[in-house]
Design a protein around this ligand. Structure first.
Ligand SMILES: NC(=O)c1ccc[n+]([C@@H]2O[C@H](COP(=O)([O-])OP(=O)(O)OC[C@H]3O[C@@H](n4cnc5c(N)ncnc54)[C@H](O)[C@@H]3O)[C@@H](O)[C@H]2O)c1
Length: 325
């Protein structure tokens, strides 16, 4: 099958292309390279274009007949979204609306969308299941929820069926070390910890708050390995192509790890002492964010394989070390 991978030059999208190609699919990447990298497009053709430009999308859809679209493209920096909401609604919401319009025009009726735990906002209970109230607390999260709402409407009106996968914290890298997480502005904990080991002078590690109501006082998050995320997309693709209905699923490891757990595991994996400073809490950071992925397991038959924190960090470390060398 031919799959159009929007955002396939980015961190998760590139890992997806690798898995799709390994399963024998034709891979076509649509990306504007705003945060992605042309060098990461190694398992398919790059169609350079922007979701906000209708002509670019028509060019991509005329290139090939696609069985489905996987949509990873987004701006995804929470802090930036609070300062510049207009960029987030334009790129993430208008861009996706253009994509959906193009899918209808070109008769492609299956979409897998990268949603986010941010659609839930501050947790009312833990672990978070899909029934949890959706009350995002920043424009990034609201842009994801708006897209999910549009997806339901496009199914009702045009029969575009979709799966929204609400990722918790994506982490790790291809275990072979070929690709990994390469964001110019890095906000994710694990790469920041590893960068502080490799380049302590350029990357000082800061922890935001150690007075939360958690066992060690630091925030607890659910780290899900990028290879497991992509595995869930493969299952979602089968689900949609077998006629599955429009649905949303959480994707998490089900285990929470604190910031200090991550630092201790990274010390073990790298064999280095890790220095950090404690800063004030960031606005809007909940103490604990952990997913219930029971629905993805029972409906899609998905099981994460990289549930061990050391293993997740080992794969990321292999990639970061190669990059540094
Ligand atoms: N990384 C995480 O922990 C995480 C967690 C929850 C949800 N997500 C979502 O998963 C998706 C992928 O995340 P990532 O970490 O790989 O991000 P990324 O920034 O590495 O990848 C996004 C890709 O989309 C492309 N892109 C952005 N806007 C575009 C546009 N208008 N037209 C064409 N291409 C465009 C970028 O160039 C980039 O290649 C995003 O939608 C993100 O919001 C990520």
């Amino acid at each position: 099958m031919n799959i159009l991978v929007c955002g396939g030059a980015g961190y998760i999208g590139a890992h997806m292309c690798m898995q799709l190609a390994a399963s024998g699919h034709g891979v076509f990447v649509f990306d504007n390279l705003s945060t992605g990298h042309a060098e990461a497009v190694r398992w398919g053709e790059l169609i350079q274009g922007d979701l906000t430009v209708t002509g670019d999308l028509d060019r991509a859809f005329k290139r090939q007949n696609y069985s489905a679209v996987m949509h990873f493209s987004a701006k995804s920096l929470v802090g930036e979204s609070m300062l510049h909401p207009e960029l987030y609604y334009h790129n993430n919401v208008t861009g996706t609306l253009n994509l959906l319009d193009a899918m209808v025009r070109h008769d492609v009726k299956a979409l897998i969308f990268s949603s986010s735990a941010s659609v839930y906002g501050t947790p009312a209970y833990s672990p978070i299941d899909e029934q949890h109230p959706k009350a995002p607390i920043n424009p990034y999260g609201r842009s994801k929820l708006m897209v999910e709402t549009m997806l339901a409407d496009f199914d009702a009106a045009f029969g575009v069926r979709s799966v929204s996968l609400r990722y918790f914290n994506a982490a790790g890298a291809d275990p072979g070390g070929v690709i990994g997480e390469d964001h110019d502005t890095e906000t994710h904990l694990i790469p920041n910890v590893l960068k502080s080991v490799l380049q302590p002078e350029a990357h000082s590690l800061r922890i935001f708050g150690n007075d939360y109501d958690t066992p060690d006082g630091t925030c607890i998050r659910d780290y899900i390995h990028v290879v497991d995320l992509c595995g869930a997309h493969m299952k979602a693709l089968d689900y949609l192509l077998q006629g599955g209905k429009t649905e949303a699923f959480n994707l998490g490891n089900g285990k929470g790890f604190s910031v200090l757990d991550v630092i201790n595991a990274a010390q073990k994996v790298t064999g280095q002492d890790i220095n950090y400073s404690i800063q004030a809490r960031r606005l809007g950071d909940p103490a604990v964010l952990v997913a219930s992925s029971t629905k993805a397991k029972s409906t899609l038959g998905w099981t994460p394989k990289y549930t061990d924190l050391n293993k997740i960090i080992e794969t990321a470390w292999r990639w970061h070390r190669t990059q540094h060398a």
